[in-house]
Design a protein around this ligand. Structure first.
Ligand SMILES: [Zn+2]
Length: 312
């Protein structure tokens, strides 16, 4: 198996094409894919990297806004004038942006809202919920029931709208039509492995479904990673993150983390959601990490110990 250098994954694990793949599930209205690609084209020169979560929120917010303005099919996302985007984002900065309501409406109108019959979010609704969430990420905390309810703060969408308004204040659409974003095809990444392991800083465990059955297949589609166990149950778990599955496949094969397709491995290790995306499991885990100092001088130590023992 190719061993992809950690240095290149440290960048590609946060590149624009992976951020696009994470918001391009296979079953969405046609205008969604076009909205994401147009938002990416506009934002292609923003800083993309590990410490630039604001750029990701901008991509989500602008994609959702372009979708809300074009889902009826009267025009393409690329036809929305910059002046219109500037005006939509130029609202008051001391409250949640007004575009939130029109995005909510557009998602509901297109069947991409909360699925109240199946009791679950559609992929686009999940993307929307995350970017307009004002309470941070408390989802997986074992303390969630014990701490006082947090005070709501500005959502990532609000911060992105402020930042985008500043960006569009100086933005002129490039005359050069060669300015292009990465092209990312929507579609799932499917992983099959005899041994699938979840790695944290101090544990390595086989991935199992909620019923305890072994999982030998993972399906990543847009923002979601689904476990499929040997009994055929499909389930999600907050520690199993779509981006980290993609980076694990990239590390094992050398493909870009944004790639689609199917891969089969004897064994694949995936880091938990709490570790940074690009983390190498064999370096981050205390049991997998090579000893920091080589075991030289052991013969010498043993000789001294035996001398001490002999003296005793
Ligand atoms: Zn099961």
């Amino acid at each position: 198996m190719p061993d992809v250098p950690t240095e290149s994954l440290a960048q590609s694990a946060y590149d624009l094409d992976l951020e696009m793949a994470l918001v391009l599930p296979s079953a969405t209205p046609a205008s969604w894919g076009a909205s994401v690609h147009e938002a990416a084209r506009i934002l292609v020169d923003r800083p993309w990297g590990r410490r630039n979560s604001l750029s990701v929120s901008e991509l989500h917010t602008l994609s959702l806004l372009l979708f809300a303005r074009t889902y009826t099919g009267d025009r393409e996302p690329g036809d929305v004038p910059v002046a219109e985007l500037r005006e939509a984002l130029n609202g008051p900065v001391d409250r949640e942006p007004p575009i939130r309501d029109e995005i909510d409406h557009a998602l509901t109108e297109t069947g991409q809202g909360y699925d109240s019959e199946a009791f679950r979010s559609t992929p686009l609704w999940s993307i929307y919920l995350a970017v307009q969430n004002r309470y941070g990420n408390y989802g997986g905390s074992p303390l969630a029931d014990d701490v006082a309810p947090p005070t709501p703060g500005p959502s990532p969408m609000r911060l992105a709208a402020i930042s985008l308004a500043q960006f569009f204040a100086d933005y002129t659409a490039p005359n050069d039509t060669r300015t292009t974003a990465p092209q990312v095809a929507p579609g799932p990444l499917v992983v099959q492995a005899d041994l699938l392991q979840m790695v944290s800083a101090n544990s390595v465990v086989r991935i199992r479904c909620s019923c305890g059955d072994l999982v030998r297949s993972l399906r990543v589609d847009g923002p979601t990673a689904v476990r499929e166990c040997v009994q055929g149950h499909a389930s999600v778990h907050w520690q199993l993150d779509a981006a980290r599955v993609r980076v694990a496949v990239a590390r094992a094969t050398g493909v870009r983390p944004s790639s689609q397709g199917s891969h089969r491995f004897p064994k694949l290790m995936i880091v938990e959601a709490e570790l940074p995306r690009h983390t190498d499991p064999t370096q981050a885990n205390v049991y997998l990490r090579p000893a920091s100092t080589p075991l030289v001088g052991r013969d010498d130590i043993l000789r001294k110990l035996s001398q001490i023992h002999d003296r005793g």
